[in-house]
Design a protein around this ligand. Structure first.
Ligand SMILES: Nc1ncnc2c1ncn2[C@@H]1O[C@H](COP(=O)(O)OP(=O)(O)OP(=O)(O)O)[C@@H](O)[C@H]1O
Ligand SMILES: [Mg+2]
Length: 681
């Protein structure tokens, strides 16, 4: 133990400043350390352990300084030599000098972490035993999708990434861009004058520049210089070449071009150290929107402890697991072009939801869900003119237990629905007079069966049928024409299906209504009747249910049925129901007055591969970025974007082998399955 060391003994935080001066005042006669030893009567062992602590404290001070912590006066004076005012200048200097020499002799954090050597080669660094290679990005594509940096960040290798963002004054940029636009305009004019066809590349560049100029002018966008560097590390020089290839190809796949910083390795390496110095200055122009997409940690996680698997998150390969009933509402919409995998995705959801005890009701216009229903022991109801299945649209719903309904409420709701249905049946051809007669006719029909606005429990009575209504209307002056039109459904070609008492029952589990075998003309009517029937049942007992309306665009073609579907979607939440609306005809769906509200009332949205004509509509409604737009245009089967509340991720819908066997609509696979079954038989 040297004298110097003793002089620099830590007085510590507990010591008041006055005391420190007092103690240090006696330094000439008795060092502080000696005094402490004396006052506390420390034995050799205790002295040693305190001295060890002192050395530790010294090196921790070193580490605080190494990370740049502020060394202000309020910090505890760890390791500082208490210098008394009573010391002469010379003594003071000597003491400080000694302290310095002492400090130099201590090994600090830097000594511990420093490599033994650093070799700078043309194309890599060798830091101790580790190889390092640095890269810079020199070109970006026209569009960047959100989270493009995530695959690199999620790379399972040791890597440092640094970004430098330099804000640029908009004024100067505006001038340059004005010149550029003028140049491009004149180039285009010259080409035109020469009689050449327009150059699409030039046109695009001009459009982009104009758009950017406008956005900067309005202050919506700002201009930046952006530099992006990577340093990868490996203990093996062969491995590092492999990693560098991976890095280049991952980014190259997104048209982000990187180069190795040959001959500038040291500068590039320094630029990726967390000391915020850019020694490379390889910058690219960037405005706010693409710059925002460089933020690497936006990969939305949609993994929760509850719910079902929807697919894989293509950003980071995590699982998309969640429960739609936890969202604001449990409704969902699915848009994609034909064959993109809409029904497949929904069938998987149905299968997995059933396992979690959710009941599912499906309206199936394509006979696609039969296999699924059979596999899970569900009910498959074929609704057609020849089938025995009947639903009476005049049925009244059972009141919900805690619903505070007044007499007449249920009947009124039913009459309003029937008016809509009859409008669909007669294809909207109804005069105002007929409409009011119909209203009266419906009430009369019900009252013939003893159900009036005063009846407290109308569902206890046997409801009338379409035939009763036609009878009533035929007897009403001015309604004969309407009665004639409706006769088609009672005694004409379409008789039997909607004019008989209901004989289907909603069982638990899965219930599928197949309407494929119905005439085209009858489908909207049937969908309406079935939905109304389902709605009545759903309302009367609270249970977690999902209702799937496949090919919903056909419902949107009729004002009345579109309105009904919207009403259902809007009110579903209160009855613990989630409505899934599937459609391939995005344009028709959105054009309808009720299409957009259905989308905004659905917290979960799945967009799979789209046709180019549908994308602009979707872009507007879903606020898609350019990158997302391209993703939708270029998605494979089962790939797309998944929105849940505010989060959205790129999804890949996946099924296990067994699930795939159940839900596929691939004719080849189905034939193969049938062949196998017949072999077994
Ligand atoms: N995620 C997926 N993985 C594997 N195969 C899939 C996936 N999604 C769909 N398929 C297959 O793609 C085909 C079309 O799928 P699907 O029937 O779901 O399309 P769709 O979008 O409902 O089409 P349509 O609008 O014509 O009903 C089927 O053969 C199905 O087996
Ligand atoms: Mg389908």
């Amino acid at each position: 133990m040297t004298e110097i060391k003793q002089n620099s003994v830590v007085i510590g935080e507990a010591q008041t400043p006055q005391k420190a001066v007092e103690v240090s005042g006696k330094i000439q006669k008795e060092t502080a350390w000696e005094k402490i030893k004396r006052v506390f009567g420390l034995n050799k062992k205790e002295q040693n352990s305190i001295e060890k602590e002192v050395v530790k404290a010294q090196s921790s001070k070193e580490s605080i300084q190494a990370v740049g912590a502020p060394q202000n006066a309020s910090q505890p004076v760890v390791g500082a030599t208490p210098v008394s005012n009573t010391l002469s200048e010379a003594e003071r200097k000597q003491l400080l000098e000694a302290e310095k020499i002492y400090q130099e002799g201590l090994s600090g954090v830097k000594d511990l972490i420093s490599p033994s050597s650093m070799e700078i080669k043309t194309d890599m660094l060798k830091i101790g035993d580790i190889y390092a290679q640095s890269f810079f990005v020199y070109a970006y594509p026209r569009y960047l999708d959100t989270n493009w940096l995530a695959p690199v960040v999620n790379f399972d290798v040791t890597m440092d990434v640094s970004m430098f963002i330099y804000p640029i004054e908009s004024e100067g940029i505006m001038k340059v861009m004005r010149n550029k636009v003028a140049q491009m305009n004149s180039a285009m004019t010259m080409e035109r004058e020469k009689g050449n066809v327009a150059d699409p590349a030039l046109e695009t560049a001009l459009e982009d520049a104009e758009e950017l100029r406008r956005a900067i002018q309005r202050g919506e966008e700002k201009f930046f210089h952006f530099a992006l560097y990577f340093t990868i590390y490996s203990e093996d020089d062969k491995k590092i070449t492999k990693i560098s290839k991976q890095l280049e190809s991952t980014l190259g796949g997104k048209l982000i071009l990187v180069k190795r910083a040959d001959l500038q390795m040291e500068h590039a390496f320094n630029s990726t150290l967390p000391i915020a110095t850019d020694e490379l200055t390889v910058e690219s122009n960037m405005n706010t929107s693409p710059l925002s997409s460089t933020f690497p940690f936006t990969s939305s996680e949609l993994t929760s402890n509850e719910g079902i698997l929807y697919g894989l998150n293509r950003h980071n390969d995590s699982l998309i697991i969640f429960d739609r009933f936890q969202l604001e509402n449990a409704n969902s919409v699915i848009f994609a072009k034909s064959g993109a995998g809409k029904s497949y995705a929904v069938k998987l959801e149905v299968l997995r939801s059933l396992m979690m005890g959710t009941d599912v009701l499906i309206i199936d216009p394509e006979n696609e869900y039969q296999n699924l229903a059979e596999e899970v022991g569900g009910t498959y109801l074929r609704v057609s003119l020849n089938s025995e299945r009947r639903i009476n649209p005049f049925d009244l719903p059972l009141p919900m237990k805690d619903e505070n309904l007044k007499p007449g409420d249920l009947l009124r709701a039913s009459v309003i629905n029937l008016q809509s249905l009859i409008k669909i049946m007669v294809k909207g051809e109804m005069t105002a007079q007929e409409e009011s007669l119909l209203d009266r006719g419906l009430l009369d029909t019900y009252s013939l069966k003893g159900i009036t606005m005063q009846t407290p429990n109308p569902s206890d009575f046997v409801p009338p049928t379409m035939e009763d209504l036609v009878d009533v209307l035929s007897g009403m002056k001015g309604a004969e024409n309407l009665a004639k039109k409706l006769e088609k459904y009672t005694t004409g070609t379409f008789s039997g299906i909607f004019n008989k008492p209901t004989n289907v029952d909603l069982k638990n589990g899965l219930v599928v209504f197949c309407i494929r075998d119905l005439e085209e003309e009858l489908r909207p009517v049937a969908t309406f009747v079935i939905l109304n029937y389902i709605w009545n049942r759903v309302r009367s007992s609270l249970k977690r249910r999902i209702l799937v309306v496949d090919e919903a665009w056909s419902m949107m073609q009729h004002e009345e049925s579109a309105k009904f579907l919207y009403g259902l979607v809007k009110r579903a939440r209160k009855y613990y129901l989630g409505v899934t609306t599937i459609t391939q005809d995005v344009e028709d769906f959105i054009k309808s007055d009720y299409g957009k509200p259905i989308i905004t009332n659905s917290s979960m949205q799945l967009l799979l591969r789209q046709s180019p004509s549908a994308v602009p509509h979707l872009q507007k409604i879903f606020n898609l970025t350019e990158g997302e737009k391209y993703l939708l245009l270029n998605s494979g089967i089962g790939q797309g974007l998944f929105f849940a509340g505010n989060k959205h991720v790129a999804i890949q819908v996946i099924a296990s082998y067994l699930e795939d066997q159940i839900v596929t609509t691939n004719p080849e696979q189905i034939l193969e399955q049938q062949r196998k079954v017949s072999q077994v038989v």
